[in-house]
Design a protein around this ligand. Structure first.
Ligand code: PHE
Length: 344
């Protein structure tokens, strides 16, 4: 009996079965009703009493090992079957990966930034959650200006003199730049802004801006006009014309609204420019002396200009997108139209 136990132990230790079927056959051979191990247990009844202890232990161990081994082989066989099925035909060509592409707002922002970098502007960024001081106060907004109203601004905290809010323009970054930079300053501030507006084809409560600021001795409105003209030609093509209409912003004086000649009808009048031949692209003006002084800049010595544009709007005009909401809906059919866009 000792010999048979030893032989079976050896067999169990070296067992190798690949398929489910082989494992099952082995289980029946060893542990089935008439299995070799089962038979040994039957014979064990007639073993001499002085040998019972030794054989009993050996038999129990053998049964335990055999059961564990069969379980292990069963699991291994099952996973190879699964593995083989999911691998399929490994010689088949792979499934194509869909490549993502840049969002049109990112493409437009990068184009705008690139143009101004070429003109020598630095890029500055600032916090989206700002305080009243940097968004309004330092920019010469009187305390009761309507833009401070809950209608236009998302307040994060109220009830104290300098509440936190979501910035409504990136002019706040210009204030931060004026506070800490040495003169002259030539900077653009791209970023996300927030206004409490109803969402429509032409307005959204979240959008993106690039604002610019240039401060030095002797900067004039002529410099502003030239900078905007150069930008417009780089962005919309060398034939582009600009015109300026008087406007009002608390932080610039004089202020203007800039239009570019319609790049669809070239001034003839079409439905994009609503028959006028012109498209509005930005606000601008000479920095109000109060704004310079608020940030510690001597307004008798220095002057400057500022401008600000909505990136979505520039992108709409450039690529004739007729609904602002397309930019936020992530419809792949829309986004894919920009997948081959190359830089200016
Ligand atoms: N901050 C203005 C806006 O958000 C744009 C602007 C910037 C106008 C600088 C004039 C000068 O609409």
């Amino acid at each position: 009996m000792r010999e048979r136990i030893e032989k079976l132990t050896e067999l169990v230790n070296s067992l190798k079965c690949k398929t489910d079927k082989e494992v099952e056959e082995m289980r029946v051979r060893l542990l089935g009703k008439k299995g070799e191990i089962t038979l040994l247990f039957e014979e064990f009844r007639s073993v001499a009493p002085e040998l019972k202890r030794e054989f009993g232990q050996k038999l129990n161990l053998l049964k335990k090992d055999a059961t564990a081994k069969i379980e292990e082989l069963k699991a291994a066989a099952a996973s190879t079957v699964k593995g083989a099925a999911s691998a399929g035909d490994v010689t088949m060509p792979g499934e194509p990966h869909q490549l993502g592409s840049r969002h049109p707002v990112s493409i437009a922002r990068e184009q705008i930034v690139k143009i101004f970098r070429k003109f020598g502007y630095d890029v500055a960024e600032g916090p989206e959650v700002e305080d009243d001081y940097h968004v309004f106060e330092a920019l010469n907004f009187p305390p009761n200006h309507p833009a401070r109203d809950m209608q236009d601004t998302f307040f994060v905290s109220t009830g104290h003199p300098n509440p936190l809010l979501l910035r409504t323009h990136t002019s706040s970054v210009q204030v931060r730049t004026m506070e800490k930079s040495k003169l002259p300053i030539r900077v653009i501030c791209p970023g996300r802004v927030f206004r409490n507006e109803a969402i429509s084809a032409r307005a959204h409560c979240i959008f993106h801006q690039v604002e610019g600021l240039y401060i030095d001795e002797g900067v004039t409105f002529a410099d502003l006009k030239q900078a905007i003209l150069l930008f417009a030609r780089e962005m919309f093509g060398p034939e582009t014309k600009i015109r300026m209409r008087p406007s009002y912003f608390p932080f610039t004086e004089p202020s203007a609204e800039v239009d570019v000649s319609c790049n669809i009808c070239h001034g003839e009048g079409c439905n994009i420019c609503k028959g006028t031949g012109w498209l509005e692209i930005m606000g601008c003006g000479m920095v109000d002396p109060n704004v310079l002084e608020a940030s510690g800049i001597d307004s008798k010595k220095y002057s400057g200009f500022a401008f600000g544009m909505g990136i979505e709007r520039i992108a709409m005009l450039k690529w004739q997108v007729n609904d602002l909401r397309h930019y936020f809906e992530n419809d792949l059919r829309f986004l894919r139209e920009f997948s081959t866009c190359v830089d200016v």
